[in-house]
Design a protein around this ligand. Structure first.
Ligand code: ZN
Ligand code: ZN
Length: 240
């Protein structure tokens, strides 16, 4: 049996469960989404089987449900995050939102209006690649900085990857992947995307919209690579 993935489209973001020998939950949406996720996991009989809850990065639209899942889920539930994301997850603060596109500049003032995540302690602090087999799933957690410096992706042997906000559609609409609205480091974003393509990822599952094919992602990467990065870190808005 290969790892099997299911996407839950929440108010805040897409969350994913990966089920194989045990079950891993990736991202938990905004505040309020945690209870919704708990119900869905319970209905499927997966709540007792959760071996890990992974935050792809430290933004409140992905970490809002961590605390409630820790509090009300089966005991003990381990929470994992990259070491550059862990301080933000633990403090219930957002990692920096540095606009990468014109839309990002327009959206930036509204970030402060988003509800903050409740604080959630991180049990598994990731400092490099990590094998998911100890958590009952064949696959790898790979650091993929760019959107934030603490972003990670999950790469599965099925040719699928969950990449958080490394890729997204514009405000969750349309079908083409775009550069995220915010990118702490566009150069690292390019390297992370190229690295995932080099690993042979064929399907990219994103935090907002998607999934995207490797050929769509390759086209976006070529487009972004053809654009100069402005001193502020922005690039011209992608046509997708
Ligand atoms: Zn984000
Ligand atoms: Zn997001």
């Amino acid at each position: 049996m290969k790892p099997c993935m299911t996407c839950f489209r929440l108010r805040g973001c897409n969350a994913y469960i990966i089920k194989q020998h045990r079950t891993i939950l990736v991202d938990t949406g905004s505040v309020g989404d945690g209870k919704r996720l708990l119900r869905r996991l319970d209905q499927r009989g997966l709540l007792q089987d959760l071996s890990l809850v992974l935050a792809t990065h430290g933004h409140a639209d992905h970490t809002g449900g961590l605390a409630v899942i820790r509090r009300e889920g089966a005991d003990p539930i381990k929470i994992a995050a990259h070491h550059a994301a862990a301080p933000f997850v633990e403090a219930g603060r957002n990692a920096p939102c540095r606009p990468a596109t014109i839309l990002g500049h327009l959206a930036r003032p509204f970030i402060v209006l988003m509800p903050r995540s409740p604080q959630a302690s991180v049990d598994v602090v990731l400092r490099g690649e990590a094998d998911l087999l100890p958590y009952g799933v064949e696959g790898t957690i790979a650091p993929t900085p760019g959107h934030t410096l603490g972003c990670v992706s999950i790469v599965l042997p099925t040719g699928e990857a969950i990449v958080g906000d490394l890729l997204m559609t514009a405000f969750g609409r349309g079908t083409a992947p775009r550069l995220p609205l915010f990118a702490e480091d566009v150069g690292q974003w390019r390297q992370s995307i190229a690295g995932l393509l080099d690993r042979g990822v064929r399907t990219f599952h994103a935090g907002h919209g998607g999934p995207f094919s490797a050929s769509q992602v390759r086209r976006l990467l070529e487009h972004v690579q053809s654009r100069p990065i402005a001193p502020g870190g922005s690039v011209a808005e992608s046509d997708g």
